[in-house]
Design a binder for this molecule. Structure first.
Ligand SMILES: C[S@@+](CC[C@H](N)C(=O)[O-])C[C@H]1O[C@@H](n2cnc3c(N)ncnc32)[C@H](O)[C@@H]1O
Length: 251
């Protein structure tokens, strides 16, 4: 059986650093809601290559633990952290969002971008319960996912899953807000907008002009062409009405 590469691993291999539906527009909204400071103790779940952790540590000088299931992405994370000289600020380790290796009431902020969408409803709840458990009272959960407004869009989720080679279950904007409330979070606030993962404009904003040209050039290499075209076509045509959603919830 041929191994099919998962969409975010494919994009990372092409050189993309922000592997999330709303790019920096959503991350900036979350960061503002987080009210980070030097004293904030942060957990980034699904840190992958640590793009967000590095930006947060650079900007706020806060201490961050990054956790991800994928050992290869974590190797890249360790190199990136070392390159930026932030080893004393960012600690990365392998672990599962569904069973976090931390005591109750440990963190001021948990940030989790572009992961919950990939879980079943039951697993989403389990991860969100874990985030609640490890947050200190008053702590904030910052999440970033795929959402929809028109219920007819649920018909394209199978095609989305087969395009990016991983099962995905986006929720509606209302369902996302409810899922955090059901896990006892309060002050749930959200914003949503156009998904920008594969749009030219979104890539230039998130990755810069030169990097975008390199990503597109790599995407057109023979071995990448088919998947790049399929992903681009899906997100700019079939799935053009999909949204990103960023949610800030408080314990
Ligand atoms: C689409 S990438 C997002 C990476 C990064 N957060 C970003 O926004 O650029 C999803 C990440 O979630 C990680 N992941 C998936 N399931 C996980 C789980 N149960 N626990 C921890 N990480 C998980 C994957 O390994 C991958 O690195």
């Amino acid at each position: 059986m041929t191994h099919k590469e998962i969409g975010h691993n494919f994009l990372a291999r092409l050189g993309k650093k922000k592997l999330r539906p709303g790019g920096i527009e959503a991350t900036d909204w979350l960061t503002e809601k987080g009210e980070f400071s030097k004293q904030t103790k942060v957990l980034e779940v699904a840190c992958n290559m640590c793009t967000t952790s590095i930006e947060l540590a650079k900007k706020y000088n806060c201490n961050i633990t990054g956790i991800d299931l994928d050992s290869q992405a974590l190797e890249k994370a360790k190199i990136n952290v070392k390159k930026t000289g932030l080893e004393d600020k960012i600690n990365v380790l392998q672990g599962n969002a569904l069973k976090l290796p931390f005591d109750d009431n440990t963190f001021d902020i948990v940030i989790n971008e572009a992961m919950l969408t990939m879980l079943s409803f039951k697993a989403k709840k389990k991860a969100i319960d874990e985030y609640y458990r490890v947050l200190k009272p008053g702590g904030k959960l910052l999440t970033h996912d795929v959402a929809y407004l028109n219920p007819e869009l649920t018909q394209i989720f199978d095609e989305l899953s087969s395009t990016i080679n991983i099962n995905v279950s986006p929720l509606s904007v209302t369902e996302w807000e409810e899922v955090f409330q059901q896990s006892n979070f309060s002050n749930v606030e959200s914003t949503y907008g156009q998904m920008s993962l594969m749009s030219f404009k979104g890539m230039i904003r998130d990755e810069g002009f030169i990097n975008t040209l390199n990503i597109i050039k790599n995407g057109h290499k023979k071995k990448n062409r088919e998947m790049f075209k399929n992903m681009h076509t899906f997100f700019t045509k079939t799935g053009k009405d999909l949204k990103y959603i960023a949610v800030c919830s408080q314990k």
